[in-house]
Ligand binder design. Structure first.
Ligand code: GLN
Ligand code: ZN
Length: 767
């Protein structure tokens, strides 16, 4: 029977137990002991679930309190001095590096956070400086291995591999990282040491995750990879643990031959994303004697049932070249929710089309069994027949009105008139804003009272009317407060929204919603993406009433807030039966209707968030345009091309890494963009400068992902840095993202400092 392997399992818990325990600890509601025992109970449950599902290679060290990249940094002793100086214990050091620390022991910001490849999961970026010495620090992976062993489960420890670690690490602002021979040697011998320790503990397999291999190679990358792994593989001895080089989220065709030549015990390939290229590489170069191919066929990125016939086809293709095939998840299951079991948001009829992490374990086992079955056995298999039935015929019928609209689109629908420079002139006149206008990204803290009211509405304890009155009260409150501290462009605060994507989904036809299908986004934060089930269109106006109410309550401009089509799709579970391009176009038309209605209701500034636009940029540069930007950017223009010149269109993005797609972002043809820039270096400003970026821009002047309050001086210095690179007439002043996850206690002082800093700079400029 074929061996079944899981790359990683969700750690937050079926009911987000880990989140509750950790956040409770941060708020001093429970102690560290509770966090530790909750964590141990979750690990036990997850290992046992996998064992009971018949999984042969069960991961350990896929658990983390905050982030596995951060854990790896700590394990490799890559801990900047400022965190060491705090003198905190193990867990508190993790939290200080992950979310910053402000207290009796000091005041430090968190490490920067970046998106984990093409997912909505964020990892912490390790910081290496001149004083860094890479060596084994702490015992986390070994402890967890032993913990499982004591439960009678021999796990496969999982670590982020040295290549990915070093490629994702950064230097400091003063000294950008140069990978010296010293560092590379230290990393190689540290991993070799880890291999030896696991061998002593009795591990049979160790999995090194190297997703960075799916990216384009730069000069020196192949040499780096080779020199690291030659040393690590040499640390094996007879009978010691086998080493699995695991890749996912794309193909490693350009380095497969090299990797294969090194003689790994296993190579993990994603056969879904980049499957074609991976299979071609396998047949071109063959498989080294004694290397098992871990064939990733169960999707760790989407929640639809696996089509067994397709998976078996892939496995049969691999079996033609590889003597040993291990049936595996295509990536860690971290990125899918826990279980469809008890998911009351879905009907039985719908539920049967979905597989979350737990269900995927069952799929993996069944596929593995079928893969080693004979043709006769497959024919007789009731599992295979039941699976086939899900894919026979069409699951949903098409909406003719939606298709008709799409068929009749012309180039003019993708082009806004007049040209941007002309619009910017008209808008300056009509809006009458000061230089360096201040604004926020949309949401204000969703405090306990807001969540409580929403829960009451959901449970039917209050009427819709009284809920709406409550929200109106919050809007008025937040408007008064914004006026008081002197912000220029106000927002209504987004209190009516649980989530920027789910909220829109709920008001569009074609979506399904779950009650408990959470996936981790960063730290303890989770998101609950809606599911695109059928063709999408707008059922009725969505935000118009809230935005017009807000505008009626103040003399200042209130910005309307929408989520863009690319982001809605990227933060939903997309359909697998039609293309992403098609789904995005449907969404763009739905949001376009909302944009026009907002304008007609007198809203002069409309922000269309494309927080997730970069997230799904293909890992390979050669695919960027042809497989993504060529339709994603026009889809955004389709949303706003119908508005008047005087209506100012903003967009917002949750990252600053757009240096290499800066022209594409300008081609979205928004009037203003805000983006995250505070946790990262400001090289994006050079890119803006060099590209003659036309869109006005607000690079975030402080980090909202941390509870830390920035000082006025700090923000003022930031503004000056920005002004060195950008024309003052094009600069906006804003935080780096929405304030929803923050508390009032830090939000208002931070914004006051921001407005004061903007005013101070304005005063200096007018001298
Ligand atoms: N307008 C949204 C908010 O402020 C944007 C959030 C985001 O970019 N993730 O919450
Ligand atoms: Zn954001």
């Amino acid at each position: 029977m074929s061996v079944a392997s899981v790359s990683g399992f969700p750690r937050i818990g079926q009911n987000r137990e880990l989140k509750r325990a950790i956040e409770g600890y941060w708020k001093s509601k429970n102690d560290l002991e509770t966090v530790r025992s909750t964590a141990a109970a979750l690990r036990k449950r997850h290992w046992e679930l996998q064992r009971d599902a018949g999984i042969d290679l069960i991961p350990s060290n896929d658990f983390s309190y905050y982030d596995q990249m951060l854990d790896t940094a700590i394990l490799l002793n890559v801990i900047p001095q400022r965190y060491r100086d705090l003198g905190l214990g193990t867990e508190d050091t993790v939290f200080a590096m992950g979310r910053g620390y402000q207290g009796e022991r000091g005041d430090v910001t968190a490490l920067p956070m970046k998106k984990w490849f093409t997912t909505n999961y964020h990892y912490l970026v390790p910081e290496i400086d001149d004083s860094t010495v890479i060596r084994v620090n702490g015992t986390k992976p070994f402890d967890e291995f032993e913990e499982a062993k004591n439960l009678g489960i021999l796990t496969k420890p999982v670590l982020i591999g040295p290549y990915t670690f070093l490629k994702l690490a950064r230097g400091t602002e003063a000294t950008p990282l140069k990978l010296s021979d010293k560092l590379v040697n230290e990393a190689a011998s540290t991993y070799a040491e880890i291999v030896k320790r696991f061998a002593q503990l009795g591990a049979r397999w160790i999995q090194f995750d190297e997703p960075y291999l799916v990216l384009d190679k730069e000069e020196g990358d192949v040499e780096l990879f080779t020199s690291l792994y030659e040393e690590i593989l040499a640390a094996r001895s007879a009978g010691s643990a086998k080493i699995l080089l695991n890749s996912y989220f794309g193909n490693i065709a350009d380095i497969y031959d090299t990797a294969n030549g090194l003689g790994f015990d296993g190579i993990g390939l994603d056969l879904l994303e980049g499957g074609e290229e991976n299979l071609a590489a396998l047949s071109a170069h063959g498989v080294h004697d004694g290397t098992a191919i871990f064939a990733g066929v169960v999707n760790g990125r989407n929640i639809w049932r696996n089509n067994y016939a397709v998976s078996l086809g892939l496995l049969d293709a691999v079996a033609q070249v590889a003597d040993e095939v291990v049936v595996s998840t295509a990536s860690s299951l971290l990125h899918v929710p826990f279980s469809t079991d008890g998911e009351t948001g879905l009907s039985d009829e719908q539920r049967k089309h979905f597989a979350f992490a737990v269900e995927k374990l069952g799929e993996l086992r069944e596929i593995a069994n079928l893969s080693s079955a004979s043709d006769e056995e497959r024919k007789a298999s009731t599992e295979l027949a039941a699976n086939q039935a899900l894919f026979d015929g069409s699951r949903v019928s098409a909406d003719p009105a939606v298709h008709d609209r799409i068929d009749h689109l012309t180039d003019a629908d993708f082009t806004r008139q007049p040209a941007r420079a002309e619009r910017q002139r008209i808008q300056r006149e009509e809006l009458g804003l000061p230089l360096l206008p201040t604004t926020t990204i949309g949401s204000f803290p969703q405090t306990q009272d807001v969540r409580a009211e929403r829960a009451k509405l959901r449970k039917g304890e209050i009427t819709q009317e009284s809920y709406d009155d409550f929200i109106k009260g919050k809007i008025v409150e937040v408007l008064r407060q914004q006026e008081k501290i002197g912000l220029d462009v106000l927002v209504h605060g987004e209190f009516e929204r649980n989530d920027m994507v789910e909220y829109f989904g709920q008001n569009l036809k074609g979506f399904l919603f779950t009650k408990n299908a959470w996936v981790q986004s960063y730290g303890t934060r989770c998101v609950k993406p809606p599911i695109v089930w059928s063709d999408v269109s707008r059922a009725k106006p969505i935000t118009v009433a809230w935005s017009s109410f807000a505008q009626s309550q103040t003399d200042r401009v209130v910005k309307g807030m929408l989520t863009g089509p690319v982001t809605i799709l990227n933060w939903s579970w997309p359909r697998e039966d039609i293309t992403h391009e098609e789904q995005t176009k449907q969404l763009a038309l739905a949001i376009r209707d909302e944009v026009i209605d907002l304008q007609d209701a007198g809203i002069k500034v409309i922000q269309i968030d494309e927080a997730a636009l970069r997230e799904k940029l293909p890992v390979r540069r050669s695919d960027w345009h042809s497989k993504y930007l060529d339709w994603a950017i026009p889809a955004f223009r389709l949303v706003h091309s119908g508005v008047k010149a005087g209506t100012q269109i903003h967009t917002h993005m949750c990252y600053s890494e757009f240096n290499d797609i800066i022209r594409d972002i300008d081609a979205m043809d928004a009037d203003v963009i805000s983006f995250e820039a505070s946790r990262s270096d400001l090289t994006v400003l050079d890119a803006i400068h060099d590209a003659n970026f036309e869109t006005e821009a607000g690079p975030g002047v402080y980090d909202i992902h941390s509870p830390r309050i920035p000082s006025e001086e700090e923000i003022e210095a930031r503004i000056h840095e920005i002004l060195e690179k950008m024309d003052v007439s094009k600069v906006w002043i804003n935080p780096d993202c929405g304030l929803k996850t923050r508390g009032d206690a830090e939000t208002w002082p931070s914004l006051e400092h921001m407005v004061a800093a903007a005013k101070a700079v304005r005063a200096q400029l007018s001298k």
